[in-house]
Design a protein around this ligand. Structure first.
Ligand code: EPZ
Length: 437
């Protein structure tokens, strides 16, 4: 089992190119099921969740051609969902249990074929992660859904989903994506209210429009989709990963340095930029060759100010950056209060940060961080994707050597994080095999 070994205390310097967003790539891959023609997606991050989603699509009968970029950070994939009618359209538990976003094939399969059998994803480290909001909305569109032996068994009597007016009872990224895709081929018009507005949903909608979907209100909480008979194939470059970008911003804020992020969209991390500016970091935005560039500076030794933060749906502070900002706030002078409002168990990284010497207390959905505290390297264990990123950040700060175990969690969502950090001067190595931790 791979692990990362980090020698802390080195400020980060240089330039890093941000890869495409895993959380945009996953729904865009699922969208290929909506057409019998090829869909080509560029800037897919070369991470295990993407490979798993491709396997799910292949298990459903899709053909897939994958090209890796020379540096190994991104992929280009061409998927074709022609000739699936005869298949049993079953997304197997063995794959779905490793990547819960597989549930995103349900909406497209029902919309195009009127039937689907998708394993329930089950919970994960950060919470129960139910899919009731997905299933309720699909039933309102005319799907008949039952749960049988851990599978969602769904079919559409009469073959076509029906458009509807629907207000999500709570904001859900995945449910918004599933129903948005389902509505593109439904009979009539669908209006979705209290829809999630994450940039990844906007990116998915832009792909669907390229494929011929009729969608209004993109980027707002009210999406109006007029169903069409069929969708064409298409080509799309997936939006830059705001969570990878935010992870690098937190790394510089915590470890100090001066780094330029390239091929990213500063607006997508505005809530984090505002927070880190209030803590004392300096940001500069400018146009680069491949899109916007964002420079972040924190002079080593420059004090950080403690600040409070609460996660909320976009454009609020992203739950996927909560763990990373906790590592930053261990270095801020004073008491910071972090409120996690999206998931019920997303502080598992706190116990590992305490092993490194962080001074914090968890009280239900609230973490109270007292800083600055000197972190001392030791062996820590990743528990989930973003927790592993925060342990890497803490290792960049800690005096001495930090070993992060179980980094298969990290590999789900970050392509070559240690290589990108090495290029910024970090002393970090991936060590294969070895201890069963
Ligand atoms: C997406 O998960 C992301 N994953 C998550 O990123 C991200 O943390 C989350 O959105 C919130 O931004 C992908 O895009 C693949 P939700 P998703 O539905 O869609 C509850 C990462 O680190 N809920 O917006 O599963 C749910 O339990 C991952 O990259 C229901 O109650 O999140 C949670 O409390 C982690 N019923 C809240 O809503 C449902 O049917 C928000 O979940 C669906 C969700």
């Amino acid at each position: 089992m791979d692990r990362l070994v980090i020698e802390g205390g080195v400020p980060l310097q240089g330039h890093v190119v941000i890869s495409g967003a895993k959380n945009a790539a996953l729904p865009c891959l699922a969208a290929a099921l909506l057409s019998a023609e090829p869909v080509t997606l560029r800037h897919l991050p070369a991470v295990s969740d993407i490979r798993t989603m491709v396997k799910v699509l292949q298990a459903l009968g899709c053909s897939a051609e994958i090209e890796k970029d020379p540096e190994g950070f991104e992929l280009t994939a061409t998927l074709c969902a022609a000739g699936l009618e005869q298949g049993d359209l079953r997304a197997p538990y063995e794959l779905v249990k490793t990547m819960r976003a597989s549930i995103l094939v349900l909406g497209p399969l029902l919309a195009r074929f009127g039937k689907a059998s998708v394993s329930l994803p089950g919970g994960c480290a950060i919470g129960a992660r139910p899919v009731n909001l997905h299933l309720e909305a699909l039933e309102r569109m005319g799907a008949e859904i039952s749960i049988d032996k851990g599978y969602v068994e769904a079919q559409v009597p009469g073959g076509k989903l029906k458009g509807m007016n629907h207000t999500f009872e709570k904001v859900s990224v995945g449910a918004t994506e599933n129903i948005l895709m389902a509505a593109t081929l439904a009979e009539g018009t669908t209006v979705l209210r209290n829809a999630a507005q994450e940039p990844e949903i906007t990116d998915l909608a832009q792909l669907l429009v390229k494929m011929g979907a009729l969608i209004e209100g993109i980027g707002t909480p009210v999406l109006t989709i007029r169903g069409v008979e069929h969708l064409d194939g298409g080509e799309h470059s997936v939006v830059a990963d705001r969570i990878e970008a935010g992870t690098f911003l937190c790394a510089v804020a915590a470890a100090g340095g001066d780094v330029v992020l390239d091929r990213m969209i500063p607006e997508h991390v505005r809530s984090l930029i505002d927070l880190l500016e209030r803590c004392g970091c300096v940001f500069t935005e400018r146009q680069g060759q491949e899109g916007m560039q964002l420079r972040v500076q924190r002079e080593p030794g420059q004090k950080l100010r403690a600040r409070d933060v609460a996660t909320s749906p976009y454009p609020g502070f992203p739950t996927d950056l909560q763990a990373q900002v906790m590592a930053v706030l261990t270095q801020a002078s004073g008491i910071s209060v972090i409120k996690e409002t999206i998931f019920e168990n997303r502080f598992q990284h706190a116990m590992e940060l305490e092993r490194l010497g962080a001074n914090l207390r968890i009280d239900g959905p609230t973490a109270i961080v007292a800083g600055p505290c000197a972190l001392k390297g030791c062996t820590v264990m990743a528990t989930d994707l973003r927790a592993s990123a925060t342990l890497v950040i803490a290792g960049l700060v800690a005096e001495g050597q930090t070993t992060v175990d179980r980094i298969y969690h990290l590999d789900r969502g970050y392509a070559g994080l240690e290589r990108k950090l090495q290029a910024l001067g970090a002393r970090i190595q991936r060590v294969g095999g070895g201890s069963v931790s």
